[in-house]
Design a protein around this ligand. Sequence first.
Ligand code: SF4
Length: 109
Amino acid sequence: MLETIRKGVLKKGVVTDRYPYVPYMPYDGHLGMPMVDEAKCTSDKVCEQVCPTTAIRFAPGQLSIDLGLCIFCGECARRCPHQAIIMSKEFELASKRREGLVRFYVVQQ
Ligand code: SF4
């Protein structure tokens, strides 16, 4: 019995990912950081209206996404009529300061 467990049931060696020593590739469908294509954005504010956490804010000529509020639901990307927002695979978003979690984009007014 013990020999069976040793040979077949218990795996030997590394069975987990070696991240961060080896880059981790997110699986298909992973929803990482939302990113804005500034050239496509028309400032119609649909994303701001559908965001459930108020992570998206518009100011004149500027759009910001607060990744500290974002829950990575992808609703902004799904509902943008211009496909100006995509859910990237980027997941390494840590910051030592709260302000470092806010991404700013220059958009049309
Ligand atoms: S992914 Fe969801 S929570 Fe994050 S900015 Fe888009 S709509 Fe808001």
